[in-house]
Design a protein around this ligand. Sequence first.
Ligand SMILES: [Zn+2]
Length: 479
Amino acid sequence: MQYEVVIGLEVHVQVRTESKMFCSCPNRFGAEPNTLVCPVCMGYPGVLPVPNGEAIHKAVRAGLMTDCRIATFSKFDRKSYFYPDMPKNYQISQYDLPFCEHGKLSVGPGKGFSGNDMPEKIIGITRIHLEEDVAKLTHHAKASGVDYNRAGVPLLETVSEPDMRSADEAYAYLTKLKEIMQYGEISDCDMEKGQMRCDVNISLRPFGQEKFGTKIELKNLNSFRAVHRAIEFEIVRQAELLDRGVVLHQETRGWNDDAGESYLMRTKEEAHDYRYFPDPDLMPVTFTETEIEAMRQALPELPAARRDRLVREFNLTEYDAEVLTKDKVLADYFETAAGDAPDGKLLANWIQSELLRELSARGIAVAECPVSPEAFAQLMTLIGKNVINGKIGKDVLGFMFEEKKSPSDIIKEKNLAQVTDTGAVEAFVDQAIAANPAQVEQYRAGNPKVLQYLIGQVMKCSRGKANPQLVGELLKKKL
Ligand SMILES: [Zn+2]
């Protein structure tokens, strides 16, 4: 039978703040385990939590950027929770009065992750609430380790409506949400550092049926690609069971990305009863309409607006702007470099092809790029002024990554400057003509295509340093 797939997503992002949600411990990744802790985040008796205003403002900003209604009155609740990753037997979260509700995000139109066309679609956002993260557990052969540095880090949960109907739509929604979190400087969303985590609710129903099918929750998805794969896998798995007449039960499943399959974690009978109640230690949070309006006025430029502006200001194609703005840090890099570079379009091409290639070959994130945008702009200027040609430019960029020197120093040290002196280039041209009599003959017999080959030979003689335009001119003259 043909089934319609119904997908909803719950996305957690760690909010970028100086300190944790309810204490003054640093919110920092990568420290020695259990060094960023205090009596508050360790849940000692008698301590009092103090909410982090920065985190609350960022939660509201996330709501404003996704068209949510912002609550003028909200509160924190305790979620009963008995597991060693939370030291105080409850997690502070928000239950019935979250900061943001009834929002939406639009995805498409365009090509989806799988390459299929995707129409434009509005995906509802049920709510965005703030809570505290739990500790990180690491399981070893005979023991488990717990690192409470993460316990108490502000965590923003965005719950979507069950509006998505394909793995492509889920992927596009996640991409869009990540863009907003990054552009709003709400979260860095580095999935490798666990700063963005995603759970998927997925069910199937026969086309035309209004009632939802049985919901399966997928957990532990640590990349957008894994989300896409897991959804495709579940659609096939659930359809096969339904075709055989099996009655599905609500369950939580994990995803094994290596094996490419989901596995049962727990069934509904084992589900927790969280018994929420208002946290008596925390005052409700209130905003006036004027305060909310002021925060709306102060919103940063959204990705779509930035794309349009880049196309306008730098004469880029829609595609260039799309690639550059996908990652806010990359877009910032481009704009900083564009301040000094002679040609925005050339710069955009070089960033998309050469810079991203060098970064991915070295496994470095844009934020950690050892070549500053200013140095990159200098390289563009040198190419623009014909001091070096594009081919040598690629080598220079490689050296800039390795040696962390300015492009002009590298060109000087390695003697890479382009040879534009006609006499010197003529010598290379003569050399190439003498070494390739057969091709010269073909050219003279009326085959213009061998000219490119001969230009290549001259460039080789000059070890890539001759000005290719001059080479072409001199060759034609001599032949
Ligand atoms: Zn603390």
